[in-house]
Ligand binder design. Structure first.
Ligand SMILES: [Zn+2]
Length: 185
């Protein structure tokens, strides 16, 4: 999808919203109320609008080690000392044996591509992004790691191909994360 089309996805939404707001304003001018009949049922509707900004603040204290290591360019996860179960994303507690005695182990940086999908139609808050590919890669340890895939030529992606994990500082978020790239690139 080209840049113009990408922008237009958000622009189209903004345009529709603006038209609707203008319509409601005209109803207020003529009726004195922000009310209008529903297009299908004719039932009277009241319009109001609040813009919502969502902020995420979640505690990652229990898996702090993961982020400390990621900054150092290492990819680690938790392994239950009691039953040996490996978890990704890392977990503070073991759901299997209900203990909280985890050790940190380094994970393989190569695996097999299980599945992937290109995200063309993005939610409004992601509509300024280029189209991106999300994939699931199975590590030799038998766990799956979902991440964005960076590929020079997405048409060359194939189920079963070898993928390599890279720790990157990704734009536009400007934070350190991990993504999959075809291993031969
Ligand atoms: Zn366990």
């Amino acid at each position: 999808m080209s840049r113009e089309e990408k922008v237009s996805q958000r622009e189209l939404f903004d345009k529709q919203m603006k038209e609707f707001e203008e319509f409601v304003e005209s109803m207020k001018d003529s009726l004195g109320l922000p009310t209008f009949p529903d297009m299908k049922s004719g039932a009277l509707q009241w319009y109001d609008q609040r813009w919502i900004t969502t902020r995420f603040v979640i505690s990652v204290e229990g898996i702090k080690e993961f982020f400390d290591k990621l900054i150092d360019g290492k990819f680690v996860t938790t392994k239950c000392k009691s039953c040996g179960e490996l978890y990704f994303p890392p977990q503070k507690d073991c759901p299997k044996c209900r203990k909280s005695d985890m050790e940190w182990v380094e994970l393989s940086r190569e695996g097999e591509l299980l599945t992937y999908t290109q995200i063309n139609v993005k939610p409004y808050s992601f509509s300024h992004y280029d189209d991106y590919i999300v994939g699931i890669v199975r590590l030799p340890e038998g766990i799956n790691v979902t991440a964005w895939i960076r590929a020079d030529d997405p048409s060359k992606l194939q189920i079963g191909m070898k993928m390599r994990l890279e720790i990157v500082r990704r734009k536009p978020e400007n934070y350190i994360t991990y993504e999959w790239v075809p291993a031969e690139e």
